[in-house]
Design a protein around this ligand. Structure first.
Ligand SMILES: C[S@@+](CC[C@H](N)C(=O)[O-])C[C@H]1O[C@@H](n2cnc3c(N)ncnc32)[C@H](O)[C@@H]1O
Length: 275
């Protein structure tokens, strides 16, 4: 079972947030454990101080090093991976979340104020992770994002064993649009193929629609996907299909105007397939 210890000045933010939904179920089912610890428990003065002034002056405070260090030492062991949530870290990706889900023990350090002393990072931190190029007031939301994203890769956390593998990013593509009842809603019909009952046809259609959605919304990801598909195509001896981009263009041309509209793909055009 993956054990996660979160070091935070606001433990109730962590414990409250992880008790809901699939995460809450995972904790109850002993698939994952999340414990929050506050450096304040090691504060010895009467104000239970956990911050200090930065050397060299400047606005704001820095987390007090001794109390933070004692919190880390309390939970860290030889198989721990210590992560500092930081805007300076590598931005979290689906692959990173999957990798972290396989760890034995994670220690997530949430900074507050102006952050933490660099020497704590140098001595204890294995990796710095950011949740995006913006600055938050504390690392707690970052830690929660990491916990939520990785938990979906722990076997048994999601109802269906391979649900996470069908979500956006899993095959380098965004997920296709989804529809539920009724069949006709807000003046738009569910694409006919999804009602066909032909699983192979539907799976193939979903992959192509995923590729079109990615082309439209995340051309940066599409380029990587296309390069991989071209690689596979070049390796094929007997080529039954057209070159991947041409194949996708053909598929897009064959979609009815209604299907293009309901899938949000109406503004793709011939030029979108140049490249
Ligand atoms: C106000 S920020 C400190 C920013 C720091 N002075 C800097 O400029 O790099 C306080 C804390 O929020 C957390 N934090 C801020 N932005 C983050 C982000 N994008 N991802 C993850 N954690 C973040 C970090 O733990 C950080 O120590």
């Amino acid at each position: 079972m993956l054990k996660i210890d979160v070091i935070t000045l606001f433990p109730e933010m962590i414990q409250g947030a992880v008790s809901h939904g699939v995460l809450g179920q995972a904790l109850k089912g002993d698939l994952l454990s999340v414990q929050a610890h506050t450096p304040r428990e090691f504060a010895t003065d009467k104000h239970r101080t956990v911050d200090d002034r930065p050397f060299g002056g400047g606005d704001g405070m820095i987390m007090l090093s001794e109390t933070l260090e004692k919190s880390i030492q309390k939970v860290q062991h030889k198989n721990s991976k210590v992560i500092y949530l930081s805007p300076q870290g590598s931005v979290l990706t689906d692959d990173k979340a999957r990798e972290l889900s396989q760890a034995e023990h994670l220690v997530l350090i949430c900074g507050r104020y102006g952050g933490i002393d660099q020497r704590i990072i140098n001595t204890y931190v294995d990796e710095e992770i950011s949740i995006g190029d913006y600055v938050l007031s504390g690392g707690e939301l970052g830690a929660l994002v990491v916990i939520d994203a990785l938990s979906r890769f722990i076997p048994g956390v999601l109802g269906h064993v391979d649900s996470a593998d069908k979500d956006s990013f899993s095959e380098g593509l965004l997920e296709h649009p989804n529809f539920t009842r009724p069949r006709e809603y807000l003046g738009q019909d569910v694409p006919e193929v999804l009602l066909s009952g032909n699983h192979k046809l539907i799976a193939d259609w979903k992959e192509k629609v995923s590729a079109l959605v990615t082309l439209k919304k995340r051309p940066d990801l599409f380029i990587i996907y296309l390069a991989e598909e071209r690689e596979k195509y070049r390796a094929l001896k007997k080529k039954k299909t057209a070159e991947p981009l041409k194949e996708l263009f053909k598929f897009w041309q064959q979609l009815s105007p209604q299907d293009r509209e309901v899938l949000g793909l109406e503004d793709l055009n011939e030029e979108s397939f140049n490249g």
